[in-house]
Write a protein that binds this ligand. Sequence first.
Ligand SMILES: [Zn+2]
Length: 261
Amino acid sequence: MALHKTRAVVIGRRAFGESDRLVDFYTRDHGKVRGIARSARRPRSRFGSALELFTLGEMVFFDSGRSELVQVDHFDIVRPFVGVREHLERLGQAAWSVEVVARLSAERDPNPALFALLVRALAAMEVSRRPTRVAVCFGLRAVDLLGHRPRIDRCVACGRLHPFPDAALDMTAGGLICPACRAGADAIPVSGGLVGALKRLRALSWEESLRLNLAGALDAELAAVLEGVLARLMGRYPLSSRFLTQTRRFLSTVAEPAPSE
Ligand SMILES: [Zn+2]
């Protein structure tokens, strides 16, 4: 029975048994870990409200080595990111971000840079007026950190230098593809402006990329292309995308309250 201590973010949770909770964590030192928090659903549980989605904490767990499940001993809140949960668009974008991590990372495969990026994104989302931009910047960098960084300077099949018309992104081939090489490929069409925006975002610091002003159409294309990239890497569209679409549809039918900032 080994005892471990690590920083972790709650990326999923559900009720288990009579009073326990199954919790998915993304940890700094062990990657994705699923744990059981005994009696976490009892009133006066020692976990209190610590195991809420998105919470960053200091986690202590036991690993028997015999099961995928670890026993959560302690989870002490470092930062609860309450502001993310109190705002629908932020909540949706944060749910989308943790889904990207949950679905694209393997169990027990540590990636401290991705952990740091997730914490940074949640911190930015908590105060951002543009949670969609935070999520897009997070998603682009997460794809790179997970080893899928697409090549965008030339056609990955024939080497033709970009710009060329009718470019598309082929994630199986690993980057841009020209019309002559594209036949039959499951590729995502991209505009020249989009390739330019991707290059700029790659060159900028995190803070600068959050502030970069893009034409509205480019912002929308960026989000759609990223969604297509992730769907191909995950094998399906993120579930939280549907939540975001429904939330926006709902908010457009009621008067949206002014942001509190
Ligand atoms: Zn080509």
